[in-house]
Design a protein around this ligand. Structure first.
Ligand SMILES: *Cc1c(COP(=O)(O)O)cnc(C)c1O
Length: 366
């Protein structure tokens, strides 16, 4: 059997007519950037996330950069974030001129909220928790910390479309929340895409303006901005896909349940920690495994794709070597990076394929 880590072709095959139509509609309208196609998607996405505003931009990375700029973060400021995420969480902080301040994670892979206060200084302006792998960080506690210390809260929700924690949807307790529509994400476009969501009308307008050359009307540029838009090809495809996303999330959750059931008795691996109050959307199914590299090679021989999220914690990336962080500074992130292994996970994965992956893992350890 050949089971790729992610197979995007299956979803296209299942919805080919609809996707092809979405693309054809944009081409025949000859309206490629802005206008109703984008507005319709923004409105539908905001509604589904239960917030007032959505601004479609070119990528999740741009979404982070834009909201940081709009919240006035820059040179001399510090922004607290997690030690384990995709590089964009930290690099966008650096791009504004601010300094990322990393916090270790817990064995649920999420920022350790009990360590956050020890990192707050008088330069701290904001906290960016990352809702990693499809599960939200402890947003209530982090929100309380932000209120107490008068810090801004921005959620990196690139991996958690429609996730919840303690009945709070993503985007409810923060100034703004960002999403990625990278093709691999739970709601994926056919190219780059991203969005900012917020309940704050003023913030929404400022983001929209900044992403449109610093002005909302042509030839009037009140501030220096950038050019970052979710193009209509992507918006049109995403509008169609939005109607199916609940089913895809359920399929991801069923696959995860199967993994939990079939991998329960293997003492050499630990399964993901899922909080009781969390609605996990399983962007990534990441286990912790003894002899991880050997297991990954063994699975590869058996036709099974795996991945590492993430092999190097952010503080240890070469681009942050000037911070001179040591493994002891982030012991959990460091230890886990040696044990993590992400198993195949995509909505169209069949249960016999899940069973095959689990059988091979069992075979490896027996
Ligand atoms: C994917 C991702 C991003 C960046 O999104 P792009 O659309 O690829 O720019 C940011 N943060 C996290 C946690 C991500 O997974």
């Amino acid at each position: 059997m050949q089971i790729p880590f992610v197979d995007l072709k299956r979803q296209y095959k299942n919805h080919k007519a609809e996707i092809d139509q979405a693309i054809a509609d944009v081409i025949s309208s000859a309206s490629f950037i802005g206008g109703v196609t984008l507005e319709n998607f923004e409105e539908a996405f905001a509604k589904k996330q239960a917030v007032k505003h959505c601004i479609g931009v070119n990528s999740g990375t741009d979404a982070l950069y834009i909201i940081l700029k709009i919240l006035g973060i820059g040179i001399g400021d510090e922004v607290i974030t997690t030690a384990s995420s995709w590089v964009a969480t930290a690099s966008t902080i650096s791009q504004t001129g601010a300094q990322p301040v990393f916090v270790d994670i817990k064995d649920d892979f999420l920022i350790d909220e009990t360590l956050i206060e020890s990192k707050i200084t008088d330069k701290t302006k904001a906290i960016i928790p990352v809702h990693l792998f499809g599960q939200m960080a402890d947003i209530i506690t982090i929100h309380d910390i932000c209120s107490k210390h008068k810090l801004l809260l921005i959620e990196d929700s690139a991996q958690t479309h429609f996730s919840e924690r303690d009945h709070n949807k993503v985007g409810q307790l923060s100034s703004a929340s960002i999403f990625s529509f990278h093709p691999s994400k739970n709601l994926g476009a056919y190219g780059n895409g991203g969005a900012i969501i917020t309940n704050d009308h003023l913030l929404a307008n400022q983001c929209r303006k900044y992403a449109n050359h610093g002005g909302l009307t042509k030839h009037e540029h009140q501030v220096i901005g950038i050019n970052s838009k979710l193009n209509n090809m992507q918006a049109s495809i995403l509008s169609k896909k939005l109607k199916h996303v609940d089913i895809w999330v359920k399929q991801r959750r069923s696959i995860a349940n199967k993994y939990f059931e079939l991998l329960a008795d293997i003492k050499e691996i630990q399964l993901p920690i899922v909080h009781e109050d969390a609605y996990h959307v399983y962007h990534v199914f990441c286990i912790r495994a003894d002899r991880r590299d050997e297991l990954a090679s063994y699975l590869k021989e058996k036709g099974i794709g795996t991945a590492l999220h993430y092999p190097t914690p952010l503080p240890f990336l070469e681009c942050y070597q000037d911070l001179r962080h040591k493994p002891e500074d982030f012991p959990i992130a460091h230890q886990l990076s040696k044990r993590i292994l992400s198993l195949p996970m995509f909505p169209e994965m069949r249960m016999d394929e899940v069973a095959y992956v689990c059988d091979q893992i069992k075979a490896f350890y027996s």
